[in-house]
Design a protein around this ligand. Structure first.
Ligand code: GUN
Ligand code: FE
Length: 413
């Protein structure tokens, strides 16, 4: 048993039972008969075998009667990381999937996003999207808001209030120190809607302030062609962002369906990440990202829902669509090595935290990281599955913790 290093920390929760998470070595590691302690700062203090519980209770000063015992059909897993979601598009999720990207933006997206100058409208949609994603187990979300500063600040406030770790773009440097788990992310929408001077300024802001960066890249072929004509001096779409100093080890670029191997090399060298958004890629017919090829290039990759190009706010849906897309590639080419569900579990948790450069804080159950966790019960009353065992949905997530704080069930319900 480890020594107790942070001597002032008190233990706030102790869970006993089964823990499932990913490590760099194992896509899925199942820890049975273990105890996990969370300190009063929300950090994981220990994770040890249950047989050592008596000495642990003496070292850490908790009562064994306070231990939360997980049931026979329960386990804890890390909270999931949505590396790309448009909070502002949640109001029309599940509709408007009949046009390709550039027409879709003009016809549906831009008119809706213009409504966020109205803070009442923003409050209604942003409250709903934060609550819905939290209930579905997204403890970390990387959000696009809109061009409206007040509404973007409101989204950060709501994430903090409901207890979701978040990166929020539109640029909002003035809230950098306001919330411990909500940060601004520099957000050029995508190259076609940004001038070279805007991109340069955003690159400078990001680098001078060590901020995260998010954008879209190579989602559709038409967009790639458009970028060629708009930035004739750049070798590739990736080169556009590279030249404007927007590719850093805190950058996440959504989609990347049509990136070349040379472009993936640049991602690896700069430490930039790809957010794979399979529901969106299929729903608006953008392309099929070969995740295996991205991983083979040692590029960081997480999963994103991309609401509302993707119709589902659920990361479990993003995991399923990731598997479907990988299998579609195997149908086309039997040599393609299909992603396993274990690998996809890792992409939804640890992979996402790496893609957002938040893996020092979240992503798996490692001592010193924040306790972001989902309590899963495969056997809830009136649940969606019979025990063989089967699939499940948010009804099986009975509790959600972010930084040690229980955020689901909602305090008002
Ligand atoms: N590219 C630029 N803006 C957007 C957006 O809102 N959604 C998607 N899917 N792609 C984009
Ligand atoms: Fe998007």
């Amino acid at each position: 048993i480890m020594n107790r290093n942070h001597t002032t920390a008190r233990i706030a929760h102790v869970f006993s039972g089964t823990f499932v998470h990913s490590t760099p070595r194992a896509a899925v590691e199942i820890l049975q008969n273990c105890v996990l302690g969370v300190d009063d700062k929300g950090k994981i203090a220990f994770i040890e075998k249950h047989q050592d519980v008596v000495s642990l209770s003496e070292i850490w000063g908790f009562e064994t009667s306070d231990i939360k015992q997980l049931g026979q059909y329960e386990f804890l897993m890390p909270g999931m990381v949505d590396t790309h979601i448009h909070a502002s598009q949640y109001s029309y999720a599940g509709t408007a999937l009949d046009l390709p990207l550039l027409e879709w933006l003009n016809t549906y997206t831009f008119p809706v996003e213009a409504k966020y100058k109205d803070l009442d409208f923003a409050n209604d949609v942003y409250t709903k999207v934060v609550r819905r994603t939290l209930k579905n187990g997204t403890t970390t979300a990387c959000y696009f808001a809109t061009i409206h500063t007040d509404a973007s600040l409101l989204l950060g406030e709501l994430a903090d209030r409901f207890g979701q770790r978040a990166l929020v773009g539109k640029v909002c440097m003035d809230c950098n120190s306001a919330y411990p788990n909500v940060k601004p992310v520099v957000t050029p929408r995508f190259a076609p809607s940004c001038s070279s001077s805007l991109l340069s300024e955003l690159g400078e802001i990001a680098n001078n302030n060590k901020l995260h960066v998010q954008s879209h890249i190579s989602e559709t072929k038409e967009e790639v062609e458009l970028v060629k004509t708009l930035f004739p001096g750049c070798k590739s779409y990736t080169d556009v962002y590279l030249k404007h100093n927007l590719l850093t080890d805190r950058t996440v670029m959504a989609h990347g369906c049509h990136l070349t191997d040379e472009e993936l090399e640049i991602f690896r060298e700069t430490g930039s990440a790809v957010s794979h958004c399979p529901n969106s890629n299929i729903s608006i017919c953008s392309g099929i990202l070969n995740v295996r090829n991205v991983l083979n290039h040692k590029v960081k990759l997480g999963l994103g829902t991309d609401v509302a190009g993707g119709y589902s706010p659920s990361m479990l849906d993003a995991m399923r669509r990731t598997l479907d897309t990988s299998k579609a590639l195997t149908i086309q080419d039997p040599q393609h090595k299909t992603l396993s569900f274990e690998e996809v579990f890792r992409l939804a948790t640890l992979g996402g935290s790496e893609a957002l450069s938040l893996d020092d804080q979240t992503g798996n159950f490692v001592v010193g990281k924040d306790f972001d966790a989902l309590r899963v019960n495969v056997c809830v009353p009136d649940g969606p599955i019979d025990l063989f065992p089967g699939e499940g949905d948010d009804r099986n997530i009975t509790e959600v913790y972010m930084a040690g704080r229980r955020v689901v069930p909602f305090p008002d319900t």
